[in-house]
Design a protein. Sequence first.
Length: 202
Amino acid sequence: MKVITMIKLITQSILQKIVWVVACGVLYPLVLTALFQLAFPRQANGSLVERGGQVVGSVWLAQPFTDPGHFWPRPSAAGYGTGPAGIASSTGSNFGPTNAQLQTNVRANAKALREAHKLPADAPVPADLVYASGSGLDPHISPAAARFQIARVAAARGMSVDQVTALVEKFIEPPQWGFLGEARVNVLLLNLALDAAAPNKA
């Protein structure tokens, strides 16, 4: 009798596992995938940005713009998502505020930023241009960080400061729903608008 009861319990356990694996591991993802592909196809596929029929990025992922004719994103501890063998990665440095390496990195970033903008060694710089984000893939910078770069970008492109300022102001996004987070600028979208407005001479 005990053997029969044990076999029955084992059989029930196996069947339960099969049912829940199929329900939660197959049916549930398929239903959600289909639902979101119908309701939010752009977001479900990564909010990709296309130009000329080619994908040039995603609005949610930073890219390593480094030339003077483009706005620069935040520094990235993840190499902007380029991991070994092309595997996408997302990470911060995980250095604490008293970590010597963090302080070294920030000083080096600030020094390079001042030199690129021909500023004195003690000139203040926006914090988000010297500190990496927690993900290493943050596509946004603050309006202050965008305005900080206007003169450099304008000179590199042969545009007036007023022209570049107008573009920056146009691409400032308000806090989500008006109260969540801070105003921000998407670097990829701003740079694409720049490329459309004037050729990059850098």
